[in-house]
Design a protein around this ligand. Structure first.
Ligand SMILES: [Zn+2]
Length: 186
């Protein structure tokens, strides 16, 4: 298939009530003069727009969310991780699962003081026996997660159609389906 369908949903907005649509507000040391309510975007969701956005998020989660315990090799999952300055670059996109399984080792499941010592900042106190290792290839790396942690799958065209169908006619939302050239994702 050379075409890739994309769902485009816009939610109803109005001028920001704090800055009156200018995007700026009186200066303060924390936010400068950028309005912190709209983040300088000048608009905010209307009540209807907010309800529609919540519904969209819920339908999307219901259609695409999957716990680690149901993740299988070959699935494409969404990863969005900010980088750590001077240590690693951020990762964002869909990545194919190379393998998934239980794990008891790795820095993130360090149990002894010595292990914790050697892992430094990367130690997270996971509960023993509840750790899964999801390998998403060299670009996205391996992730130690819990069995109920939620991932988001890459939507199929059929799922996007279904999502659009759920949002059609919802007050405060405008839905369009776009065809774009096949997306190249890592
Ligand atoms: Zn504002």
């Amino acid at each position: 298939m050379s075409e890739h369908t994309r769902i485009n949903v816009k939610f109803e907005t109005e001028s920001c009530s704090r800055c009156g649509g200018s995007g700026s507000y009186s200066w303060c040391s924390r936010y400068g003069s950028t309005c912190f309510k709209c983040g300088g975007q000048k608009t905010q969701l209307t009540r209807k727009g907010k309800k529609a956005a919540e519904r969209y998020a819920a339908v999307k989660a219901a259609l695409l969310s999957i716990p680690t315990s149901r993740v299988r090799e070959g699935m494409r999952l969404f990863v969005d991780e900010p980088g750590i300055e001077g240590l690693s670059r951020g990762v964002r996109g869909y990545f194919r699962v190379r393998s998934v399984g239980r794990t008891t080792s790795g820095c993130m499941v360090a149990r002894t003081a010595a292990e914790r010592e050697s892992c430094g900042a990367f130690f997270y106190p996971w509960k023993p026996g509840d750790n899964w290792l999801v390998d998403l290839g060299p670009k996205a790396g391996s992730h130690v997660v819990g069995r109920n942690d939620l991932w988001q799958r890459q939507p199929s065209v059929a799922t996007l159609d279904l999502l659009a169908e759920h949002m059609k006619g919802v007050d405060g939302a405008t839905v369009t389906l776009e065809s774009s050239p096949a997306e190249v994702s890592a």
